[in-house]
Design a protein around this ligand. Sequence first.
Ligand SMILES: [Zn+2]
Length: 141
Amino acid sequence: MTDDDALINAALAARAQAHAPYSHFLVGCAVESTDGAIARGANMENACYRLGVCAEQSALAAAQIAFGLENVVRLAVVGGPRHGGVGDPVMPCGGCRQAIMEAATLSGRDIAVICCDQSGQQQVTTTIGALLPSAFDLPKD
Ligand SMILES: [Zn+2]
């Protein structure tokens, strides 16, 4: 497993590639696998606002291709205004929490979630189980 700083730095690098011309709120996410591989994503807004994609879901899509959602162990998300200073850690939205829970369900483990501001300095470390208790799931056959 990489250290927290390496994972946060990967999320910061992803954030630098965000497409956020409308909100100017740039978010990056780095997802780590059981063997230390990292997949990254950034938010991608659209002129049709509702078609925007969050950084976490962008990174999870990349992770699915790179190493499979069942191998996700943790992720870091960083975000904040384009020209802001140190701020509050950005937390995954409700939809992203459900998307992260999908990986947790597939892997059978609670996924660690490191939430940071845009500087990577203000951090909250939690788990998807804590962020989304009583998550939606389909009944098993
Ligand atoms: Zn989201």
